[in-house]
Design a protein around this ligand. Structure first.
Ligand code: ATR
Length: 273
């Protein structure tokens, strides 16, 4: 039986095993998919040990090991190189390891499912950490008219924006948003603020003028960010559960060549939150 696992710390909460079992069922495959708790010190040893088993075909890697694993793999996909992080390891036929990142495809796939257009859209991306970096390439590939990265710490937004190929993509601090004419089609929250129930300190006028707001976080009820957006009259508000399933679907495809139908899996997870 082909074996997979997800490495992280913490990891007990990970939904990846149940998501991948649902995908396997759709594909008519029998797989083993576990959770592996690692520490910074033993992560590489644990990863190496996992792949010693001949039937280990791949793994997912989540926080805080996504950068560490990018240095371990033999090869990186173009997207993983730009993101500087890996969430999917694929063991190739020749025994070498390819690192890829599926967060970006997961996000744009979910936006597509929700009918949210990126091409020619004016997008505000909140946050400039690993989550933002991981999805930039996929967003840009769909050719938005304008992408602004706004972050609590201004320098990090500027640094991230400086990696981008055009002056239509800029990085600023939250404070400078006061001076920005609010005209965004889509605001994406990639900050970790929702995890602690906090709101990124951006002007209400920016939020209320946007047609659509997407939070990469999710929970059993709308995140504070989405609740706030609703209060301000934003019509379309979406959480990141679909992105979670979308990134997993992309990993599953890389491992097995089978593209799962994400819809029943999102529905099933939603009802068990
Ligand atoms: P991740 O991998 O989830 O992106 P990270 O790399 O630690 O984690 O980045 C966290 C991001 O969330 C950063 O952009 C951080 O802003 P700073 O660079 O200013 O630290 C942002 N963030 C975290 N808590 C926040 C809060 N309460 N308000 C606004 N931004 C917050």
């Amino acid at each position: 039986m082909n074996k997979y696992t997800v490495f992280g710390n913490p990891i007990a909460q990970s939904k990846s095993p149940s998501i991948h079992q649902m995908f396997a069922e759709q594909a008519g495959l029998t797989i083993e998919y576990d959770r592996t708790l690692a520490t910074k010190e033993n992560f590489i040893a644990s990863l190496t040990h996992f792949f010693l088993a001949g039937d280990a075909k791949g793994c997912n890697v989540t926080s805080p090991f996504k950068e560490q694993v990018a240095k371990w793999v033999d090869d990186l996909s173009a997207a993983a190189k730009i993101a500087g992080s890996v969430n999917t390891v694929i063991k190739k036929e020749d025994g070498t390891f390819l690192g890829d990142t599926t967060d970006g495809p997961g996000l744009v796939q979910d936006l597509g499912r929700l009918g949210v257009q990126i091409k020619n859209a004016r997008i505000l991306l909140l946050g400039a950490g690993g989550a933002a970096r991981g999805v930039l390439q996929s967003i840009l590939a769909l050719e938005p008219e304008f992408l602004m990265i706004a972050n609590r710490t201004e320098e990090k937004a500027q640094q991230l924006a400086s990696l981008l190929p055009s002056e239509n993509f800029i990085g600023i601090g939250f404070k400078q948003l006061d001076e920005v004419k609010p005209a965004f089609d889509l605001i994406i929250n990639s900050t970790s603020a929702s995890l602690t129930g906090e709101l990124p300190a951006i002007p209400d006028s920016i939020m209320s003028s946007s047609a659509c707001v997407y939070d990469m976080s999710y929970g059993d009820k709308p995140t504070v960010f989405l609740q706030h957006a609703k209060t301000l009259g934003v019509v379309d508000t979406f959480d990141g559960l679909g992105m979670l399933v979308g990134q997993a679907a992309e990993s599953f495809y890389l491992w097995t060549g089978y593209r799962p139908n994400v819809v029943p899996v999102i529905d099933s997870l939603r009802s068990s939150l």
